[in-house]
Design a protein around this ligand. Sequence first.
Ligand code: ADP
Ligand code: MG
Length: 293
Amino acid sequence: ATPSALLVGTGRGAQLGILIKGPEVLESTRKVDTILLDKTGTVTTGKMTLQGVHTAPGTDTDELLRVAGALEDASEHPIAQAIARGATQRVGDLPIPESFKNIEGRGVQGVVEGHLVIVGRESMLEDWSLTMPVDLARAKAQAESARETAVIVAWDGEVRGVLTVADAIKDTSAEAITQFRALGLTPVLLTGDNRVVAEQVAAQVGIDKVIAEVMPQDKLRVVKDLQKQGKVVAMVGDGVNDAAALAQADLGLAMGTGTDVAIEAADLTLVRGDLRAAADAIRLSRKTLGTIK
Ligand code: ADP
Ligand code: MG
């Protein structure tokens, strides 16, 4: 491939809303056969809203929202922001946590008004050897079958409630998946979110391979494993937790609407956050390289 022909390709990319790090990127784009898609912020909008508020017996709804909202307000995770916003709307100003710690891929932990609080996935309860009250477990299961993500709130050694959040699937995602298949790529949904939610989203956009409940550091391993099996892997993501996998992938694509860390790790940026631009990029590189053999 001559450099000038490749640069024509990258110029056309800019018109399509694709930023390409360097012309050499197009070469790996051509050979891709598998495309891993992060869920939150990539296939879905990532703009979550608080849906359900379920308290354990003896816990006050406003207090649940105050305490959980205060802790989540310190986190930048889209789930955390939805909870903090929803809590503020319902109970007003939130207290400032006395301490705060982010537990990657699981949730947050800290002290709010003297209570030692955790907010996050159910697996966090294992750290304190807590089990879910039956009513809350039921509320959680119900929310998940409705494609909502359930977040557990516990403090001072007791489970206090379940908050559920949901975000919308981008209306361009299903069409993008159809285009990936037409290009001969196998789409795979890769997410830290729970399996039930992940499978619901996958079904709605036409993906039949789902790798769910993946810890951030394991996204990288999934990419490496596929590469060991001889796959040429593209990965599309938006989050800090996607950065290592984006860098490892044969082709890393970041959502322009995502975090700077993801954009820096990727080879290509889909400026408008429209997944169809990933299909455009692959088509463009095949065409560009095809004409200059
Ligand atoms: P994804 O891969 O979908 O972008 P993450 O790896 O960031 O998700 O998080 C995995 C899961 O951990 C989330 O779906 C959520 O259940 C839980 N989680 C992570 N951070 C938080 C938080 N700040 N508050 C509540 N839950 C969280
Ligand atoms: Mg994400």
